[in-house]
Design a protein around this ligand. Structure first.
Ligand SMILES: Nc1ncnc2c1ncn2[C@@H]1O[C@H](COP(=O)(O)OP(=O)(O)OP(=O)(O)O)[C@@H](O)[C@H]1O
Ligand SMILES: [Mg+2]
Length: 277
């Protein structure tokens, strides 16, 4: 809880650049996330949103710049620091699969068993409380194959918050959900943030749901050197933004600064019909 007491941001990017091999993905990005907020990192598919979460959770390290988490620069080579930082985070992965052989109960119990020496009766109470939070206490004994996709997402959420994380990272929590589950999940993210006194980072391209629950939104757009931060602010500030990237993104237009087509030779040429030559 140092971050809260000292007023330091829970997460800070200081001119962070990152690429996979030769391929640049993140270009000199700087932003700060304050304690207690729900912050959305938004941008089109493939722009580098999951990569931002990988940098925050220390799965990869920046090639340039500094990623600060809980007030300290994250050094991915420092295993003990990483372990301690991760213990304070909850991650809901983009394709956050549950262990299919384990019941919902055992899925949520898993990180508690991994990280603590609590007694079975303590674990039982914690698991039931977390499942209650997501409305699925009644499904404790079911296997993932016996519940719906939306319910599975909520069990994964219960697992992500099993250890009362100070920071919760959500990767595309709304993907593939029907409108009702989508609203439920959005409200759950907001509600859990308040209930746990946590900070939440939501990576998504779902504009409507995100604008309804986020305190702040950070928008990224592709560039030849990787994703750049193009705008940030409250939902109300972004709604009136005149930035062409932000407008294209919010209005869901196909044409704009971000092109629909990945750069390629003309279609005629590719099909060997017409074109020069
Ligand atoms: N492990 C990896 N090795 C090499 N390239 C990768 C790797 N992971 C991602 N990339 C590339 O980095 C870029 C950003 O990927 P990332 O998954 O961060 O995007 P994203 O914004 O989360 O996309 P989506 O919205 O589709 O989930 C993509 O061009 C992707 O092909
Ligand atoms: Mg992604």
């Amino acid at each position: 809880m140092i971050s809260r007491a000292s007023g330091a941001p829970v997460v800070a990017f200081r001119r962070v650049s990152f690429g996979y091999g030769e391929r640049p993905v993140i270009d000199a990005v700087s932003f700060e996330i304050k304690a207690g907020q729900v912050v959305a990192l938004m941008g089109g598919s493939g722009v580098g949103k999951t990569t931002l979460l990988r940098l925050i959770s220390g799965l990869v390290g920046p090639q340039q710049g500094i990623v600060e988490v809980f007030g300290n620069p994250l050094n991915i080579r420092n295993q003990s620091q990483l372990y301690i930082a991760r213990r304070r985070m909850g991650l809901l992965f983009q394709f956050g699969a549950l262990f299919t052989d384990l019941s919902c109960y055992e899925n949520v119990a898993f990180p508690i068993r991994e990280h603590t020496d609590l007694s079975e009766s303590m674990i039982h109470d914690l698991v039931m409380l977390k499942l209650e939070c997501v409305g699925l206490r009644g499904a404790a004994s079911l296997k993932p194959s016996e519940i719906s996709g939306g319910m599975a997402r909520r069990v994964a959420l219960a697992r992500a918050i099993a250890l009362d994380p100070e920071l919760i990272l959500y990767d595309e929590p709304f993907a593939g959900l029907d409108p009702i589950s989508l609203g439920v999940t959005a409200n759950l993210i907001r509600g859990l943030n308040t209930a746990l006194g946590a900070t939440s980072i939501v990576v998504t391209h779902d504009v409507a749901e995100t604008f309804a629950i986020a305190d702040r939104i950070v928008v990224f757009a592709p560039s030849p050197n990787g994703a750049r931060l193009v705008a940030q602010g409250t939902p109300d500030e972004l709604r009136v933004s005149q930035d062409p990237f932000v407008r294209q993104f919010l209005d869901g237009r196909m044409d704009g600064p971000v092109r629909f087509h990945y750069p390629a030779e003309p279609i005629g040429q590719a099909l060997g019909i017409g074109g020069p030559g």
